[in-house]
Every structure is written in C-alpha cells, then in structure tokens.
Design a protein around this ligand. Structure first.
Ligand code: PMP
Length: 334
C-alpha cells in the first residue's frame, strides 16, 4: 500500500488496497463464471447473492432492526434530497418538514424539499457554518412530517456528535460522509441515507435505510425510480442497479478519532497558522504535499482552504505522514 499515492479526497475517496486487488482479480472472471460483475445480469443468481451479502453485512455492521428496509439505489445523495420529501413529506397532511441547515448539503436538501411542501428551518439563521447551533435555540414543529439533518457536512466540516431529540417526530439523516465510521443506533431514525463513494465503495450507489411503517405515503408526482415503496418491494431491483461489489464500526470510530486527533491537535497548536487562510501559502502547501505523494487536499471550491478527508480506508500511517509534513511546513513558514 505504501507505493500508492496518499489520497485524502472527500469522495470519490480512497478504497482499501485489498478491495481494489479483489476487484482487479475478479474483473475478467468472477467466481469462475467467465464474466465480470460489471457484465452480469442484475437478475442472475450470482448478482442476487452479491446483493444479499451486501445487505446482510450492512445489517450486521449497523445492527439494523428487522423492521427497516435496506436499499441500494442510484441518483447519489442529491437524488435523496428529492426522494426524502417526495416519499415522506406526505406523512402528515400539512406537508411540513423541519430542516437543520448546517452547511452546503443540508441547505441543498432544504431547497429541494421546498418544491414539495413547507420547510421550516428550525434554528436562527447562521452567519457561517462552523458549528451545530445549540439545541436550546431550535424550535421544532411537533406536527412536522419529519426532521432532517446532515450528520457530517463534507464541505464545511460540521459534524453532529449527538442524535437530535425530535420529541417523537420522524428523524431523517444524510450520513454520506460519516457512514460506517462509528456505530449508530438505527432505531432512533426513520430514514438514513449515504452515498457509497466515501466510506463504503464507489460512486453510483446510495444506501437507504428506512423504517417500514413510513412507506406508502409517497406523493403521486414522485418519479417511480425514487419511490421507496416500489424500490423496497423489488429489493432495489425495480430497475438496473449499479452492479459492483462493496467492500466493526466501534473499531472504525476509535481509528477515526485517533486520525482526526492527530490533525486537529496540530491545527489547534499552530497559533492560528492552520486557521487563517492565505492563498499563496495554501498553494505552496498543496504543491509540497503533491511532491510527497499526497493528493486531494484542496478545500471545496465554494469555501477554499485545505480539506483533509480521513475516511475509513485512510491509514494511521498516511495520516502520520501528513501530520509530519504539516509540522515541517509550519516550522518553515510560520
Ligand atoms: N451529502 C453529503 C454529506 C455529501 O458530502 C455529498 C457529496 N459530497 C452529497 C450529499 C451529494 O452526493 P452526490 O454527489 O452523490 O449526489
């Protein structure tokens, strides 16, 4: 693994070397059947086995209760920004939904929901996306169809370290960028979704976990491909799914904390050096990193700066290499 470029990208992101090697090995001949998984019918018994194995592994990893459906869908996280209101805003007649807007992705989700019902942003307007607004400032609508939040805002880096208490209203979460990085009590949620391209696989598949009793209130204008009841009823095979293979959450949480601690400690001890942006220095930083084989450290184009994504596949050694480089860079340019 140490000969490969160190990829700190936000997604599509690094995949574990054993996963890439297995995929490479199976690309000409999957399991002795003479074709690859990319070429096989999604209705074949071989693909059915892959899909069933992916679902049961996920159920095991997250201890998903039996009254939840697991779906592997297309359309990415963005598809779910529309699918969530189309399927759930009709849960109550008022068609109202509560949104927590803590960054780019929840903001986009709220805008999409406005097309299908009334959206209430539950907290006072934020000047910048730097932290989760204190729950004491939230005004939740008890008759909302659901409360929506993004568990980890990938552009702004705001992550929830608690599950919002919605006083019984259905809770929906976009977990795209921290999915499977730590254990989650699924029973607290009505719906969880996550694009696979960060922690669990490649772009093209989005995992949706939904409580069964929430199905069936889909708005009639919902495109059939986004209709959870149809997709769940067809085991994600209403239409052709992305046919490829996807690769204990407690261990991932420990590793995640260790890795992010290495970088955050350094930032916090840098006397503001790694907080106050300077475009020329940033360019120097990125050029130097690239020479050391570290890529995809540039911040999202909408906010600039530097962004380090430490998904599950990024190793402690790679994180240490980055921390060492940051220490050197600080000494040289402070
Ligand atoms: N939600 C989050 C938290 C994301 O990070 C992203 C993409 N980076 C999306 C949604 C959108 O996903 P997609 O590009 O798959 O539509």
């Amino acid at each position: 693994d140490n000969k490969r470029t160190m990829n700190f990208g936000a997604g599509p992101a690094k995949l574990p070397q054993p996963v890439l090697l297995a995929a490479q090995k199976e690309l000409l001949d999957y399991n002795g059947i003479g074709i690859s998984v990319l070429e096989m019918s999604h209705r074949s018994s071989d693909f059915t086995k892959i899909l069933k194995a992916a679902e049961s592994l996920l159920r095991e990893l997250l201890e998903i209760p039996d009254n939840y459906k697991v779906m592997f869908l297309q359309g990415g996280g963005t598809g779910q920004f529309s699918a969530v209101p189309l399927n759930l805003i009709g849960l109550k007649e008022d068609r109202c939904a509560d949104y927590l807007v803590t960054g780019t992705w929840s903001s986009k989700a709220a805008k999409e929901a406005e097309k299908y019902g009334k959206v209430n942003i539950v907290h006072p307007k934020l000047d910048s996306y730097t932290k989760v607004p204190d729950p004491s400032s939230w005004s939740l609508n008890p008759s909302a169809s659901y409360v929506y939040y993004c568990c980890n805002e990938t552009v702004h880096g705001v992550e929830f370290n608690f599950v919002p208490d919605t006083k019984g209203v259905v809770l929906v979460s976009d977990m795209s960028s921290n999915f499977l990085s730590r254990p989650v009590d699924v029973s607290k949620f009505g719906l969880i979704f996550a694009g696979a391209q960060k922690n669990v696989g490649c772009a093209g598949v989005t995992v949706v976990i939904v409580r069964e009793d929430l199905l069936g209130k889909t708005l009639k204008e919902c495109p059939v491909v986004l209709d959870y009841q149809v997709q769940a009823g067809n085991n994600s095979l209403y239409n052709t799914p992305p046919c490829f293979r996807c690769g204990g959450t407690a261990a991932m949480e420990r590793l995640s904390k260790e890795k992010s601690g290495m970088i955050y400690d350094l930032i916090n001890q840098s006397n503001g050096f790694y907080k106050d942006g300077d475009e020329a220095l940033e360019k120097k930083f990125l050029d130097g990193a690239s020479k050391l084989g570290m890529i995809s450290l540039k911040g999202h184009r909408s906010v600039g700066g530097i962004r380090v994504s430490l998904y599950n596949a990024v190793t402690v050694e790679e994180t240490q290499a980055l921390a060492d480089y940051m220490t050197e860079f600080l000494k040289e340019h402070q």
